[in-house]
Design a protein around this ligand. Structure first.
Ligand code: KG4
Ligand code: ZN
Length: 330
C-alpha cells in the first residue's frame, strides 16, 4: 500500500510517500527564512506560501519516489492541530487529489504524527511506551497505550518547551527559531546561573516554562553585561533538566521501560545526551527519531495514515481543519 501524505500545519510544507511503512520519499520546504524577520510565524503569510508551493512539493515527492499520482493508493493530510489557514491548504489539496484519482482520503492528527515518527526509525517498537512530546506548541508526557490510544500523563501549564526556547532566544537577540540558536550559543558558554525548575513535587508530571522566561528577563535587566552564551547555556540546562527528569520519573512510576522522544525540541543535543545518560542509569531505553523527523515533516503523517488505512479508518471528503485537535482523536 502506497500512502502520500501532506503536512502544512505551521511553517513547513511537506510531502512524503511510504510503501507498507517504508519511506520512499520525504520532501520538506521550510518557510523559516520568510518568518525569521518577524521573530515568529505569521499565520497569513504561512498559508499563502503553502498555497504557492504545495503542487511543486507533491511533484518533487513523486519524482523522488519514481511514481505518478496513479500509483498512490491513499492520500492523507494533517487535519489539526495547527494554524487554520495553513491546515486548510494541505487538507484541501489532499482531498482534491483523492477525489480526482478516486482513492480514499484520511485526515491525520499531527500529534500522533510526531509520536509515530519513531516507528520510521524503530519499526520494531510496539505500544505501550512512554512519550515525551516537545515541540513549539506542545509539551506533554504521554503513554501510547495502543496504536489508536494516547493517555496524557502530564503537560505544560503555560508555555511549551519550544516556545520557551523561542521566547528566551528573542530576549537574548539570538534569532528564530530559538531552539537551534540557543543550542549553538550554549556551546560557547557555561552553566553559571540557576534558573527555576517549577513543579518539582514527586509525582507531579506537569511543566511550567513561563516563569523561566520571566526570570531570564529580570536576570538580564539586573546583569546587562552577563555573557549571552552563559545565559543561553543556563536557560537550556533548566529546560532540558526539567523535561528529561520528569520524563524518566514518569516512566519509572508507570513501570514502562521505553521512552520515545518526539517533536522539534527532541532534536536538542543536550536533551539527547542527558536522556542517554539517564537511560544507562535506569535501564529505561530512550528512542530518538532522526533530527529531520523530529521537526515537522510528512513522513510521520504518512505513517499514521498507513496504520489507519490498514484498519479501514478512512475520512469523509467533508473533513475540516481542527486547529485545537486534541489527543482523543486518532
Ligand atoms: O515540532 P516542530 O518542528 O513544530 C511544532 O509542531 O511546533 O517544533 C518547533 C520547535 C521550535 O520551538 C524550535 O525552537 C524547537 O522546536 N527546536 C529546538 C531545536 N530544534 C527545534 N529546540 C531546542 N533545540 C533544538 N535543537
Ligand atoms: Zn509539529
Amino acid at each position: 500500500m502506497k500512502v502520500l501524505a501532506l503536512e502544512s500545519s505551521c511553517d513547513e510544507t511537506a510531502v512524503a510517500i511510504i510503501e507498507d511503512g517504508h519511506l520512499l520519499s520525504s520532501v520538506v520546504s521550510s518557510q523559516i527564512d520568510i518568518h525569521s524577520r518577524f521573530g515568529g510565524v505569521v499565520p497569513e503569510i504561512a498559508a499563502r506560501n503553502h498555497l504557492e508551493i504545495i503542487d511543486k512539493i507533491v511533484g518533487s515527492s513523486l519524482e523522488e519516489a519514481h511514481l505518478t499520482l496513479d500509483d498512490i493508493d491513499v492520500f492523507a493530510s494533517t487535519m489539526g492541530p495547527g494554524l487554520v489557514g495553513s491546515l486548510l491548504v494541505g487538507l484541501s489539496f489532499a482531498k482534491a487529489l483523492a477525489l480526482s484519482t478516486n482513492r480514499p482520503f484520511i485526515g491525520i492528527n499531527h500529534l500522533y504524527g510526531h509520536v509515530y515518527a519513531n516507528f520510521l526509525k524503530y519499526p520494531f517498537l510496539r505500544p505501550p511506551f512512554m512519550v515525551l512530546l516537545v515541540s513549539g506548541g506542545h509539551t506533554e508526557i504521554l503513554v501510547l497505550r495502543d496504536w489508536d490510544r494516547i493517555e496524557l500523563i502530564g503537560k505544560t501549564r503555560d508555555d511549551a518547551a519550544g516556545e520557551a526556547f523561542d521566547k528566551i532566544a528573542r530576549l537574548l537577540e539570538l534569532g528564530y527559531p530559538g531552539g537551534p540558536a540557543i543550542q549553538e550559543a550554549a556551546k560557547k558558554g557555561k552553566v553559571l546561573y540557576h534558573f527555576p525548575r517549577p513543579l518539582q513535587e514527586k509525582g507531579n508530571f506537569d511543566f511550567s516554562f513561563s516563569g523561566l522566561k520571566t526570570s531570564v528577563l529580570y536576570f538580564l535587566r539586573k546583569n546587562p553585561s552577563a555573557s549571552v552564551y552563559d545565559v543561553a547555556a543556563s536557560a537550556q540546562e533548566a529546560i532540558v533538566d526539567s523535561l528529561v527528569t520528569k520524563a524518566f520519573d514518569a516512566a519509572g512510576d508507570s513501570g514502562l521501560k521505553e521512552i520515545a522522544f518526539a517533536g522539534g525540541v527532541a532534536s536538542n543535543s543536550l536533551l539527547r545526551d542527558r536522556a542517554e545518560k539517564l537511560s544507562e542509569e535506569t535501564g529505561i531505553r530512550a528512542y530518538f527519531p532522526p533530527v529531520d523527523l523530529c521537526t515537522d515533516n510528512a513522513a510521520m503523517i504518512a505513517m499514521v495514515a498507513y496504520e489507519k488505512a490498514k484498519r479501514g479508518l478512512f475520512s469523509p471528503l467533508s473533513t475540516n481543519a481542527v486547529p485545537y485537535l486534541g489527543l482523543d482523536v486518532f
